[in-house]
Write a protein that binds this ligand. Sequence first.
Ligand code: GH3
Ligand code: MG
Length: 316
Amino acid sequence: MQQLVVSPRCSKKNLSILIVEDEEESREALRELLSQLGHSCVTASDGLDALEKLTENQFSIVITDISMPRMDGIELIKRIKTDFYDNVDVIAITGHHAQYKYTDIIKSGASDFMIKPFSFDELEAKIKRIARERYHLAQLKQLSIRDGLTELYNRRHFDKNLRHEATRALRQQYDLYLLLIDIDSFKYYNDKYGHREGDNLIRGLAEIVLANIRKNVDSAYRYGGDEFAVILPHAKRHQAHSVGERLCTKYKERNLVPTSLSIGMAKLKYFSDSLEENLQVLISEADKALYRGKGNGGDQVRDNGCEVVSANSLTL
Ligand code: GH3
Ligand code: MG
């Protein structure tokens, strides 16, 4: 699913919180109060217990005591920051403020710090601040990987995801195809109907692409200007072909004359130990196939073996 979504774990309310405290009474009191605020809470009795819970569940915030048997809070915070970095915020609570300085605890990776006895209002305010920051950070992260016009993933994210997907495909030895899509005669359309209509056409194509690929498997990108890319992991040649054909056909149904789509497809191959080299070949082959199709009149899907499939000749 590619729509602009901020994970519920990052939303401003209803956080998943892990409470780490060796003293049962305090632990249960915290759990009850935080649950009353609508958060879902899990408890752990020390650092080791907390690490186990962290591997079993996803938490937004860990509230941890510092002095605990087996593994103390400082060690726990360090482990959280190395193993679960970015995903978890920690609020440390201590009654031994002479033993641990604020700076020591923040340096170990905690987002905030409280000294016992503390008021519940103070804890609530700190949780709210962290939740707000997490929410905005998640939004920023989403924006940084999206194209502003179409909300598809952007080119930067394409580069990152392609590396990730290709690594998995080569390691696990399954087929991966890349489609590069370019609108034919788009300049003419822009000139004739204006830039705003041109923008609408680009948005419309993004919708078509999203509606015709497998959710949670394939991914679509605005590659730049009037070019789009689709990564198809676990796809055979005929499947990649038919995705391309379907896109051409669905696009034609919108009757945005004189524009049409040219699509080049290529299969990821292992040429060298350098992933970058393999990716360069993949992109260059899809690009060459695309331009061969364009040179041949456009409105077609070509693969790197030069095969042409005319969208006009399809019976659906
Ligand atoms: P070809 O058939 O060879 O693909 O040529 P074309 O007319 O489609 O033009 P080309 O692909 O060479 O260039 C893409 C054009 O798309 C150039 C640019 O003015 C236009 N363009 C790029 N980004 C945007 C955009 O965000 N909105 C609009 N309206 N136009 C854009
Ligand atoms: Mg074009």
